[in-house]
Design a protein around this ligand. Structure first.
Ligand SMILES: NC(=O)c1ccc[n+]([C@@H]2O[C@H](COP(=O)([O-])OP(=O)(O)OC[C@H]3O[C@@H](n4cnc5c(N)ncnc54)[C@H](O)[C@@H]3O)[C@@H](O)[C@H]2O)c1
Length: 406
């Protein structure tokens, strides 16, 4: 997929580094971006906590239809104006940029309305419920002259970017497989104060609002895969079912999906929410080694030898010398392999969400859209929706050409 290949984000063009040059900061009142946040629920409150640390941002408006969450937001930003209708927030001339942290089915119309109201937008992932909506948002964002970011924080996480940049440069050899999984052991339910709030609070479980594990989790991991390979998959197949949490939910609690790139390389996504043993993994398998993205580590196919002292300490820890053999120990230095991997970016911490919010604020002030991030996020969402369609239709689906963008 040539277009995407050329559009990958080079480290030197990291949005957080490049998007906010001092001479471009004058346009917004007081050198601060004035933000409105729609949906101060779980994710929205995390964004607000990050915004409390960002000096060139001010939260001036909050909107929610659920009063307890609106109040939680106001506790964090007591001077913000409060709204219960997002359209009224969009009419507020004091708002330069909008953060949309509402359920998936709300993203499209809120983001489109925000762009027509002339606001910069950070809209949570997945981008929208349908591929057509994603394409419409993408095209509108390209032409509206405002900043538009989708909440895929891995695109702003320095350790992901560094690792993926090395993969893209071929430093670990060609990519031979992309392996993603996300395992949890919990029902994904939230407590509701009374039954009429069930669908508002547990929106993730119902098809009207959500595509379940594909749009909630897979979109992050699939985005890594296309970033690593610089290609788009040409087909997808899989299987999804409700195997354990048969509690009236409509979205699968168990999915396995395979995406195949034109080269034949496969990218998998597996998720189960009734067993958490293997946790979360995003692994780029290359001919010469494996990149473990969340842990920021690289595992060469031929591991280096352990130094004698490390091997000795390891053996002592394992109790090898607690009962020495009669004729002396059999310990010999430099025989064991060091399989603990190599840290790609030792100083990295966090998951990229703070960096993403900082980049958004900086971009609102400079008016410069961070290069490439919208396209990568768009494809992450498109692939998650296409995967869900393959699961629902129980068919192998080809990537529809009409969703390819420049
Ligand atoms: N990037 C990430 O890592 C990440 C993590 C968690 C959630 N998310 C995304 O963030 C979004 C929100 O998820 P959440 O877990 O915070 O959900 P949530 O239910 O905790 O919060 C959503 C909020 O939106 C409000 N809301 C719903 N409809 C509204 C409307 N019409 N007008 C105004 N407010 C409305 C709800 O009352 C609630 O307060 C989802 O798109 C989700 O996928 C992203």
């Amino acid at each position: 997929m040539g277009g995407l290949g050329a559009a990958g984000i080079a480290l030197s063009a990291l949005p957080i580094v490049e998007a906010c040059s001092p001479d471009k900061k004058a346009a917004v009142v007081g050198g601060k971006v004035r933000l409105g946040l729609i949906g101060p629920g779980s994710r929205g409150q995390l964004h607000l906590a990050n915004l409390q640390q960002i000096v060139n941002a001010e939260v001036v408006a909050l909107c929610d239809i659920y009063q307890p969450n609106l109040e939680k937001g106001l506790e964090m930003f007591p001077n913000a104006k409060s709204y219960t209708d997002y359209r009224a927030l969009l009419e507020d001339k004091d708002v330069d940029g909008v953060i949309i942290a509402t359920p998936l089915n709300e993203h499209y119309h809120m983001a489109m309305d925000a762009m027509s109201a002339g606001k910069h937008v950070l809209c949570e992932k997945a981008m929208a419920y349908t591929m057509d909506e994603c394409l419409d948002m993408y095209r509108t964002a390209q032409s509206c002259g405002k900043v538009f970011i989708i909440g895929q924080q891995r695109l702003f996480d320095p350790k992901y970017l560094k690792a993926l940049d090395s993969v893209r440069k071929g430093e670990y050899g060609p990519v031979v497989n992309v392996r993603n999984y996300w395992f949890r052991n919990a029902d994904w339910r939230r407590e509701v104060p009374s039954p009429e709030y069930e669908r508002l609070i547990n929106w993730r479980l119902y098809r009207e609002y959500s595509r379940g594990l594909m749009t909630e989790l897979a979109c992050h991991q699939l985005q890594n895969g296309i970033f690593a390979t610089g290609e788009l998959p040409c087909k997808v197949m899989g299987s999804g079912n409700i195997i354990y949490w048969k509690d009236g939910r409509e979205v699968y609690d168990n999915v396995s999906v395979i995406y195949t790139f034109p080269s034949g390389v496969n990218m998998t996504f597996e998720s189960v929410i009734s067993n958490k043993h293997f946790g979360m993994g995003e692994q780029i398998l290359c001919k010469e080694g494996t990149v473990d993205l969340p842990n920021g580590r690289y595992f060469p196919e031929v591991p280096p030898k352990k130094t004698a002292i490390r091997q000795l300490l390891g053996e002592i820890e394992k109790g090898v010398f607690s009962n020495p053999a009669f004729a002396g120990t059999s310990w010999a230095p430099e025989t064991a392999e060091d399989t603990s991997g190599i840290s790609i970016m030792p100083e990295a911490s966090g998951d990229g969400s703070l960096e993403m919010m900082q980049a958004f604020c900086d971009a609102c002030i400079s008016g410069v859209q961070p290069e490439g991030v919208l396209r990568e996020a768009y494809y992450g969402s498109i692939l998650s929706i296409l995967g869900d369609e393959a699961l629902l239709q129980r068919k192998i689906l080809e990537f529809p050409e009409k969703y390819r963008v420049d």
